[in-house]
Structures are given as C-alpha cells and as structure tokens.
Design a protein around this ligand. Structure first.
Ligand code: ADP
Ligand code: MG
Length: 301
C-alpha cells in the first residue's frame, strides 16, 4: 500500500505549481545528492535579444541579418526566434528563396539561399563545414549583472561573414536557488551547449562552482553519468536530479534519476519525458519541492 503521506506531499507540491508524476519521485528528491542544471531556458530566461552585429570580410550588417533570419525562420530554437524578431523589426520584406534547410542539434542551422550555402551557429558548426574562422573571433563583452551574451557565427557561400551577438538574462531566482540548495547540502552543477567562456562566467555569476560547456545533447548524457558515478561512490543512495527546458536536453532529462522540466517555455516532449514539472518555470520551485519531500518523508516514516 502507498503511504498516505505521499498523497499529501503530491498535493502540497501541486498547490505550489509543482507537478510530480509519482510518489517515488517525491521520495527520491529527499535523497537528491547532486542537482545538474541546464543553462539556457533553465537558469536563464531563454529569451534572447540581438544586441549587436559585427560583419567581417566585406559583408554588411543587412547581409548577415537577412541571411541568418531567413535560415533561422525554420527553427524554433530561442536563438532562432530572436534573430527572426530582429529582422522583422526592421524589414517588412519577405525572406529569400530557401531550400535544403537542416538543423544540427546543439550546433546551429544551414540552408541554401539564392544558390549560396548559409550557416548560422557556433564555431563547431562552421569548422565542421570547412569554413575558416578567425582563431579567436572577437571575445565576449563584459558579463554584467546577469546578462549572458552568446555569439552566433554566420557564413555565406563558404565565407565567414561575421557574428550576431545576442543576450539572454539570468532568471531572478537562480542565484538564490543555488545558495538554498547548497544550504540543504546538495551539490550543484551546470551544463550547457554554449561556449566555455559563456558557461564559465554565467556559472560564476550564479554561484555554481562546477560547469561543463560545449556539450552536444548526447554528451550531456555522458556528463550526467560521470557525475552520477562520482556521487554514488560517495553515497550509494544519492539521486541525481537534472533540471532542463527540453531544448537539446531531452535525452539527459530522460536519463536522470529525477528529470525536472521547466513548464511554460518547455517543449511537449520535455513535459512528457520529465518526472517533475515546475509549472511556473522558476528554479526556486525545486527548493520548494525538496522541502516538501523532506517534510512528507518524515511524516511517512
Ligand atoms: P544550452 O545547452 O545552453 O541550452 P543548446 O544545446 O540549445 O544550448 O545550444 C548549444 C549551442 O548551439 C548554442 O549556444 C548555439 O551556439 C548553437 N545553436 C543551437 N541551435 C542553434 C540555432 N538554431 N541557431 C544558432 N545557433 C544554434
Ligand atoms: Mg536548453
């Protein structure tokens, strides 16, 4: 028989906008040894804004924005949405003639536009497609007051055309959440598909000491398994919690002992794969869930 306390716990969680898909997950949260957070859309708002365009090799800002927006109009990634919004703010004209649109998970997008291959994404994508990029494309702007800047590289016809700099903001409750989790004795880690310098400065700002960057979706799973092995070596009953928004992190969400998805902006697939859903998309709801779990487990046993 299922102890009554768990129903009370699930009800209390639900009143706080936390959907728990089974009493075992609520019990498991009480043994959370490590919480791994995804960056974009989880600790940050995941709503980007284009702040600057830096053309190179004789291209203009307009060339870059038009090409990038046209190709990104096929993608639902938050980066894509921001580039399309920036283009549409200035241009009523329709997009160009595109074919062969491809999305590379965790890397970017490509398509043929007016006979030229357009690539929009990170350095890994451009290198993979044999576009030569400067050794060290312009370094990031200051990381300041929770403003996270990501550089999106654009290539037109095999030539590096420049960068679109977009910014995201750390969620209001991210810092406090990490501090609260540490106080509860939980080990806190961050992972991201974003560049190392962006991941490092963002984690430092939020108060997370360990971060792994430039991870593709399957590498996120490998990283979780590494953390899990380390955690279990110290304490056999440790549970590994992963919190993500489901964009490029669905596999790791499914693999974690307890997969937690952000409601609101999360994808349907993520909500399906998750064991726990934070309906308001606030990291601090995880702290509430842990506290409910502790109380409930105490009542039961
Ligand atoms: P995170 O792990 O921080 O949530 P993602 O795994 O979604 O980030 O993406 C990792 C990186 O891949 C991004 O920082 C970006 O450089 C690149 N990328 C992914 N999708 C796109 C896209 N549609 N347009 C441009 N860049 C993209
Ligand atoms: Mg994400």
């Amino acid at each position: 028989s299922i102890p009554l306390g768990y129903f009370g716990g699930i009800g209390a969680a639900s009143k706080n906008g936390i959907l728990v898909k089974g009493s075992n997950y609520l019990e498991g949260l009480n043994n959370a040894g490590t919480v791994i957070f995804d960056k974009t859309g989880t600790l940050t708002k995941g709503v980007f804004e284009v702040v600057k365009i830096e053309p190179e090799n004789g291209f203009s800002k307009d060339d870059i924005l038009k090409a990038a927006a046209t190709v990104e109009s096929f993608s639902t990634h938050p980066i894509a949405l921001s580039i399309v919004r920036a283009y549409q703010k200035e241009n009523a004209a329709p997009f160009g003639n595109v074919s062969g649109h491809t999305e590379f998970s965790g890397l970017g997008v490509s398509a043929e536009l007016d006979g030229k291959t357009i690539l929009v994404g990170n350095g890994k994508l451009l290198r993979q497609e044999n576009v030569s990029i400067p050794e060290n494309p312009k370094t990031l702007g200051a990381f300041d007051a929770g403003d996270v800047q990501t550089h999106v590289l654009v290539a037109i016809g095999g030539v590096f055309a420049g960068q679109i700099i977009i910014s995201d903001a750390v969620k209001d409750d991210s810092k406090q959440t990490v501090a609260d989790l540490k106080k509860l004795g939980v080990n806190v880690v961050m992972l991201t598909g974003d560049k190392k310098n962006v991941g490092d400065s963002c984690a430092a700002y939020i108060g997370i000491d360990r971060v792994e960057s430039e991870l593709l979706p399957n590498q996120k799973v490998d990283f979780l398994e590494k953390i899990e092995a380390e955690s279990r070596a110290k304490n056999k009953s440790d549970k590994i919690v992963f919190v993500g928004d489901g964009i490029n992190d669905a596999p790791v969400l499914a693999r974690a002992d307890i997969g937690v998805a952000m409601g609101g902006i999360g994808s349907d697939a993520a909500l399906e794969a998750a064991d726990v859903i934070l309906m308001h998309g606030q990291p601090s709801q995880l702290v509430t869930a842990l506290k409910i779990s502790k109380k409930t487990t105490r009542i039961v046993w």
